[in-house]
Design a protein around this ligand. Sequence first.
Ligand SMILES: [Zn+2]
Length: 148
Amino acid sequence: MTHSATVPSPVTAAWQPPPGSYRITRTFDFAAAHHLDGMPDGHRCARNHGHTWTIEVTLSSTRLVGPGWVADFADLNPLGAFIEDTLDHRDLNEVLPAPPTSELLAAFLADWCIRHLETRLGARLESIVVSEGGANRVEFRPDRRRAQ
Ligand SMILES: [Zn+2]
């Protein structure tokens, strides 16, 4: 069976997507050490140790740009460069402005994305998800009611 070149594509100039929003997610990995101060005696998080951290950044938009995307995934490369330059193979206790829990790391990266990605891309930061590996994940979602 052959397909004729005259078979109309489902995507035509007359076709419009239904109302809705789009989300894109990109994942970054890096390795870093940390420990938590003020923990009870013997708590494992009090000892300096390392993780391969996974960061998932999710952006959303109701409008598409370019050929029909929220953003070119390559436009998220600056976040990868920031992670590599600032966090990778570092002691997070020395580079974060707050105790290096996954929650505060997620908020720290969300702050960077709001400042450096949102305006450039015209997309909203929905969430930053941080995992230290294993089964646990932490998510930070900016509270837009308090913005500005
Ligand atoms: Zn840890």
